[in-house]
Design a protein around this ligand. Structure first.
Ligand code: GLC
Length: 555
């Protein structure tokens, strides 16, 4: 276990701070077309500042035909006219910086839209100079695809191009041809895009689908997957029938991330450090940790999705945290996230009461937390009638529909949940629970609301060196359904206790402490005898403790 806390003064904003993910199509619609936009986000910057987050990661705002809602890009250095323009982007960046917040943007590097000029050129002929910027292969003699690789959304990953008589590869939709990262000109063009945004002033990147960037050059078939279903990784149906040995995560990808790292570091100064977090869906923690690179020359952080699909049970959650703690290399920094635009809502997954404890968990673990928009008000999975499904994955397999996490942000109980002016239709339906308290306007004045709980947690984390920079230690032998850990730095020692059960539980710790925060509004603050303390159903507690506490000796 490597918990570097000696240099707390030197930890950087992306380590100390909390990131908030904005999915711009669904945050706030400033012009009444039913789609969120950059001006809408700008209009809500005071909300984000008052929430108490440190950085905003904005999902793609680039021009896109919306085969995959912004992740199919036709121009990496422009803004989709429906969402704004570069001037709006500059206002967004300045608006965040003026309020002491940072901006992280999505860098979509693994594929482009099939409408992108590069691909249009590449598919024009086999001798096109851009042909090798993509992954082309001949059919097998019987006309079938070159190998058994699958699209993550279902079906073969190979799409036949009749005009040129070859297949091209797409890890996701057929409208997102994968780029060939073994081509040096493609590499140079991609690094140029990162420079464009660094020079414009962005503070960091979320590198999209980073895990998929390089594949086996020999195009070997994936072997079958015989492992039992995981209780951490989300099930992906047909895609899980294969062991994805060859279609992603090729070891050469680390050289690409090292190159990105050098590029980003070359734009960093002590006053303006920048960083990159990569989307890495790997749940074998030592394997996952390789993305920090040898001697930390890779990504500043690979996203850790361990809490996103994990069953809400103590052994599973504690196992993720301990696995991550053990795997993060010396000098590396962990991170956690409960959800994003690709995953069901945490409140939908575990219920709104337990989601309060989940927010406490997220904001008290060691490492950078990322909050997904709307989780701070307890938004639940959207209800999408079959004829309004937009997500390409959801169209293929309704059980995987990601629209549920992308419904408009709920600002009020007013028309269109305050997301979009009255009268128009929002791009995805708003959730009816916006009318019954799941909205900002109603929660703002209510001290017991999820919004005010999140704000209190963020305030506490910002003010506690133990939370933003201290060590993590599991408390052993806690009662069933109770997860407890210590976060400490010097005299700042906090005991975190979470009850995963729907009835009350003892804490399993002896000594005394001061309750600083509970997810249960009924819990009084003040000094408590830990041995006598009983956790309320689904309660999470932060307790300030002195030097000595005792643990149960029996499991
Ligand atoms: C990334 C994005 C996801 C998108 C996928 C394919 O995983 O997070 O939204 O669908 O890439 O484009």
């Amino acid at each position: 276990m490597t918990q570097d806390t000696q240099n707390i003064q030197n930890i950087q904003w992306w380590q100390r701070g909390v990131i908030y993910q904005v999915y711009p199509r669904s945050f706030y619609d400033s012009d009444g077309d039913g789609l969120g936009d950059l001006n809408g986000l700008i209009a809500k910057l005071d909300y984000l500042r008052d929430l108490g987050i440190d950085a905003v990661w904005v999902s793609p705002f680039y021009p896109s035909p919306d085969a995959d809602f912004g992740y199919d890009v036709t121009d990496h250095t422009a803004v989709d006219p429906r969402l704004g323009d570069l001037a709006a982007f500059d206002r967004l960046l300045a608006g965040l910086h003026d309020r002491g917040m940072k901006l992280i943007i999505d860098l979509v590097v693994t594929y482009v839209s099939d409408q992108h000029p590069w691909f249009i050129e590449a598919r024009a002929s086999r001798t096109s100079p851009k042909r090798d910027w993509f992954l082309w292969a001949d059919a097998k003699p019987d006309g079938s695809p070159p190998n058994n690789w699958l699209s993550a959304f279902g079906g073969s990953g190979w799409q036949w191009d009749s005009a040129t008589g070859q297949y091209y590869y797409h890890s996701f939709t057929a409208q997102q041809p994968d780029l060939n990262w073994r081509n040096p000109d493609l590499q140079a063009a991609m690094y140029e895009i990162a420079r464009f945004w660094l020079e414009r002033g962005v503070d960091g990147f979320r590198i999209d689908a980073a895990h998929w960037i390089l594949k086996d050059p020999d195009l070997r078939d994936n072997p079958p997957n015989t492992a039992p279903p995981s209780d951490v990784a989300r099930s992906m149906g047909e895609y899980d029938t294969q062991l994805h040995l060859y279609d992603k995560g090729h070891p050469n990808c680390h050289a690409v991330f090292a190159a990105y790292r050098r590029l980003i570091d070359s734009y960093s100064t002590p006053e303006h450090p920048r960083f990159a977090v990569g989307e890495i869906h790997v749940f074998d923690w030592p394997e996952w940790a390789k993305y920090y690179g040898e001697n930390l020359t890779g990504l500043h952080m690979p996203f850790n999705f361990g809490l996103v699909g994990a069953a809400w049970r103590v052994p599973v959650i504690r196992g993720v945290v301990e696995g991550v703690e053990a795997a993060v290399p010396a000098g590396g920094w962990p991170n956690y996230v409960l959800g994003n635009h690709d995953e069901p809502r945490i409140a939908g997954r575990i219920g709104r009461v337990a989601a309060r404890a989940a927010m406490l968990l997220l904001l008290t673990l060691r490492g950078t937390p990322t909050i997904y928009q709307g989780d701070e008000i307890g938004m639940e999975n959207g209800i999408i009638p079959p004829d309004r499904i937009l997500d390409p994955w959801g169209k293929f397999n309704p059980a995987m529909n990601r629209d549920v996490a992308r419904t408009p942000f709920q600002w009020s109980a007013g028309p269109n949940a305050g997301f979009s002016p009255a009268g128009g239709q929002t791009w995805l339906p708003t959730h009816p629970n916006a009318d019954s308290g799941v909205n900002v306007a109603d929660q703002e004045p209510d001290p017991a609301s999820m919004l005010n709980l999140t704000r209190a947690l963020l305030r506490l984390r910002r003010g506690s060196v133990a939370l933003y920079g201290g060590t993590y230690q599991t408390i052993p032998h806690t009662p069933e359904d109770v997860y407890a850990y210590l976060r400490s730095h010097g005299a700042d020692r906090l005991l975190i206790v979470l009850n995963f059960a729907a009835d009350s539980r003892p804490v399993g710790v002896r000594g005394s402490g001061d309750v600083l925060l509970s997810t249960d509004p009924e819990r009084p603050s003040g000094t408590v005898d830990l041995a006598a303390l009983r956790l309320h159903p689904h309660e999470g507690l932060i307790i300030k403790i002195g030097a000595e506490i005792g643990y149960n000796s029996l499991p």
